[in-house]
Unconditional design. Sequence first.
Length: 165
Amino acid sequence: MDVLASWRLFLLLGLLIVVPLAVYAFRLWRRLKAMEARQQATEAAAASRIEKQKQQAENGLRILATALLQDELTLTEASMRISYLLVQVDEQAAGKQRYSAFFQLAEATAHIPILDKWKALPRKQKHAFTVEREKHEENFKPFVLEATRVLLEELSSDLAVEMQS
C-alpha cells in the first residue's frame, strides 16, 4: 500500500469518527439551546405571574385603605387584611416602622375567633371579645390611620411612577 492510499484511509477513518461526533455535538448544542429557551420562557412567565399578583395585592391594599378611611371596615379587620397583603407586596413589610401599626393590631387581636368559630361562640363571649377588640382599636386608631394615609400616598406615588414609564 502506498503512502497516498494510507493517508486516504486515515482521512476516511478520521472522517467516519469526526463527522458523527460533530453531528452528535451539534444536536446536543441545539437541545441545550432549546432547554435554555424553555427555561427563560418559564422564568419570564413566573416573573409575569409574580408581578400580576403584586399588582393585585396593591389594588387590594388601595381598596382596603380607602374603605378603612371611610369607616367601612373595623380597624382590626383592615389591619389583618392589610398586613397580609403588605407581606405579599414586600416581604420585609412587617419590619418597617411605617406599617408596624397594622401588624401590631393584627397580632394583638389574632386570638379572637373569626367566621364560623365566631358564630359558634356564646353571646357573652362574643361581647367580651368585642369589648377587647374595641379597646385595642381605640389604642391603635391614630397609628393605624396614619399608617393607612402613608400607605395610600406610597401606592399613589408608585402608580404615578408606573404611568410615567
